[in-house]
Design a protein around this ligand. Structure first.
Ligand code: ADP
Ligand code: MG
Length: 699
């Protein structure tokens, strides 16, 4: 018998050829199965009625029964009006408001008729108000029998053809009744039992007609899990195939360098998070497979030290290591940091950047090829073809978003087997998103700052109060500190942004005649930029006026003020990165977000979050919720996993983790994908892949 779900939707009673066309154009529904997976976007608890007198502005969706007393219409500019219905249930009066469609509402809903009104109550002018309510005539609804009523998204075109939410509800109901046989399971029975999942058949029926909230939750969890599981199974399998193609160097021992450094040179105890990550790396490099690990840690969480200790492991096992930074300045900072950490340990650490030239460069290249350099610190210059290592075993890539996948791949050609790769980033990505985005990378997280850090105090200031702001900057500088002042940069109009910066620089120079100012922007030649940065790093200048070029990694512990002008033009993660430039020394640091008075709701939320927390992961989660995963860096390229019907990577983190764990377990047990007990899963995965997902796009 053919699967009922593959049947053509036009044969479902109530559909027919013309509605089929609309359903397929508007929602991509062309089979019974498509309709069954067109899930409600909300449910109304039809068993509970509220009295208007008990409503408050912070209740979620509610339902009340009553009558419209009268309508009022307010002009809101040319051809725009707001229509308000005064609605009473005898306990009190509330308002129903339409900003559009009011004309229609006035015709459709008559005063005096008993209606059931559904919506989200808010308070406006001291009265309870529901904007764009759902309204039904009371006698058409049989409340007690209904439980949770499903609501389906519809489009204008659908509504014109009579395909309202209510009509879809009737269609799904008749579909569910036609499904006489239980639907086939898509997870193994063992998984369903062990994970206490609702069965697929029950879940697909329940999701449309749940009896109560508990049942709905179980159905949802099952369907979300299934969706996430197949995404993860695809990713994990891809990663495992890649791994089996390449062997990794084995670092079996923890030797003298690592131990000596750990017991005699480490200037402070490691944080628990640093220890955990080092353990994770040790396990990887001892395993015989090539490590590809993403290390996420908030700015200032001490990633450099983790990188250094990992590189010592490589040296202990007879290999060379290198660390790549995105800019000359950062490379030089790393060199200085690493050399001072290592003190007089007998290790050779050298620098290779575009600035290292002539004889010096020849020396470095020679020593590197002969294996006399243990750790090489540098920029992109490291991956040029002319650079040869004797035995490169471990590579650290700092601030990953400046290094493309192609550059990462180039590293693989630098030694017989691909070296272990540790990619470090301070741009926090929620872990569950990272699992999906960086499919082939394992993720480690440093979720703890070294002790004794004073969190940066963040304030929001309107741009009408600049004089007061300048005064407080002045006070900080008089205490011996330094300040950053950042101008926004929008790529499309780089020229005018530059003009902004130039003019702004003039204004600031006049506002602070007693101090020396530096200016840095993306249009400057690298050497010029470095020289100007260096002046600030050395303390020759007190204020650094810049575009976002300072975003990545710069470390000036004496800088205690970060002023971000037109902060509304920055995204959350950018603001967080910028703020991370201060708070690196012992002094209390400040971040000032300057905006105009008028702000959109979203902007206000962003600013509020920044003032509220310095936790990069909370900020990243908030960012994800505000923008949706589709907008985050990297998701476009990966082009997958965001076409989810029911799961939400931002909100369903736990289920993502669970799906990942299950997928891992199965691949570990059946790396060849040939075991009978998983046959169901492999064939389902093939079926899904055929339909939608481009796995080749995963990097
Ligand atoms: P990031 O993760 O932003 O690269 P860094 O590696 O630059 O952070 O570390 C920030 C600062 O914290 C450095 O000055 C570093 O020496 C210091 N640091 C790192 N680990 C610890 C620790 N366990 N205890 C105290 N200070 C630490
Ligand atoms: Mg760093």
């Amino acid at each position: 018998m053919p699967d009922i779900l593959t049947q053509d939707i036009q044969f479902l009673p109530g559909v027919g050829p013309s509605r089929k066309k609309i359903l397929s154009q508007e929602l991509g529904i062309s089979t019974y199965g498509d309709l069954l997976q067109y899930y409600p976007y909300k449910y109304v608890d039809r068993s509970r009625l509220y009295a208007i007198s008990e409503l408050t502005g912070d209740m979620p969706y509610v339902q009340v029964r009553g009558r419209i007393l009268s309508y009022e219409t307010f002009e809101m500019g040319p051809r725009k009006e707001r229509v308000v219905a005064h609605f009473s249930d005898g306990t009190s009066v509330m308002d129903l408001t339409w900003f559009n469609g009011g004309k229609y509402a006035k015709k459709a809903y008559r005063p005096g008729t008993m209606y059931i009104v559904f919506g989200k109550p808010t308070v406006f002018n001291g009265r309870i108000n529901v904007v764009h309510p759902d309204i039904d005539q009371a006698d058409t609804l049989e409340l007690s029998a209904m439980g949770l009523q499903p609501y389906y998204s519809t489009t204008e075109k659908m509504k014109k053809a009579g395909l309202t939410s209510r009509a879809i509800e009737r269609l799904t109901k008749s579909l569910v009744e036609r499904m006489k046989e239980p639907l086939a399971e898509t997870l193994t029975d063992e998984m369903v039992a062990r994970l206490h999942m609702m069965g697929r058949d029950a879940a697909l029926r329940t999701i449309h007609y749940p009896k109560d909230a508990r049942e709905l939750e179980r159905a949802r969890a099952r369907l979300k899990f299934e969706e996430l599981f197949y995404v993860q199974l695809g990713i994990v399998r891809y990663a495992s195939d890649q791994r089996r193609k390449y062997r990794g160097y084995v670092f079996p021992r923890v030797g003298e360098c690592f131990n000596t450094f750990y017991s005699h040179y480490l200037p402070f105890p490691l944080t628990e998070a640093q220890k955990r990550v080092i353990r994770e790396i040790r396990r990887d490099v001892g395993s015989g497979r090539q490590m590809n690990r993403l290390l996420q840690g908030d700015v200032g969480s001490g990633k450099t030290l983790v990188a250094l200790m990992s590189m010592l492991l490589a040296v202990d096992n007879g290999y060379q290591a290198c660390i790549m930074a995105p800019t000359e300045i950062l490379a030089e900072q790393h060199l200085a940091t690493i050399r001072s950490f290592l003190g007089d340990m007998p290790l050779r650490v050298e620098l290779l950047t575009g600035m290292v030239k002539g004889r010096q460069r020849r020396d470095v290249l020679g020593a590197l090829a002969e294996g006399r350099i243990d750790i090489l610190v540098g920029t992109h210059a490291i991956i040029e073809d002319s650079v040869h290592f004797a035995r490169l075993g471990f590579v650290v890539v700092d601030e990953q978003h400046r290094f493309g996948v192609a550059q990462r791949a180039k590293l693989w050609g630098k030694s017989a087997n691909p070296p272990h790769i540790l990619v470090m980033t301070a741009t926090p990505i929620p872990r569950t998103l990272a699992m999906t985005l960086y499919g082939d990378l394992d993720v480690s997280v440093i979720d703890e700052l070294p002790p004794g850090r004073k969190p940066v105090l963040t304030q929001h200031v309107y741009d009408t109060r600049l004089t007061a702001l300048y005064d407080s900057i002045r006070r900080q500088i008089r205490l011996g500190r330094q300040a950053y002042i950042v101008f926004p940069l929008i790529e499309e109009s780089e020229k005018s942004d530059l003009r902004n910066l130039e003019e702004g620089f003039e204004v600031l120079s006049q506002a602070f005649p007693e101090f020396r100012l530096s200016k840095v922007h993306g249009r400057m030649k690298p050497a010029e930029k470095d020289a100007e940065m260096q002046r600030f790093v050395n303390g020759e200048t007190q204020i650094l006026v810049a575009t976002t070029v300072i975003e990545v990694g710069v470390n000036v512990p004496n800088a205690s003020v970060m002023v971000i002008l037109d902060a509304q033009r920055f995204g959350l993660s950018q603001l967080h990165q910028l703020r991370g430039r201060v708070g690196r020394g012992a002094d209390q640091s400040y971040c000032i977000l300057v905006t105009p008075n008028k702000l959109s709701d979203d902007t206000r939320k962003r600013i509020d979050i920044m003032c509220d927390t310095t936790d990069g992961f909370r900020i990243a989660e908030a960012d994800l919720k505000l923008r949706g995963p589709g907008d985050l860096e990297g998701t476009q390229q990966s082009g997958m996993a965001f076409d989810l019907k029911i799961a939400d990577i931002a909100r369903d983190g736990q289920l993502v983790q669970m799906a990942r764990d299950e997928a891992r377990r199965i691949i570990d047990d059946d790396p060849e994908c040939g075991k009978e007990r998983y046959a169901l899963l492999w064939s389902r995965l093939r079926e899904l892949r055929r339909n939608e997902i481009n796995w080749g796009a995963i990097s």
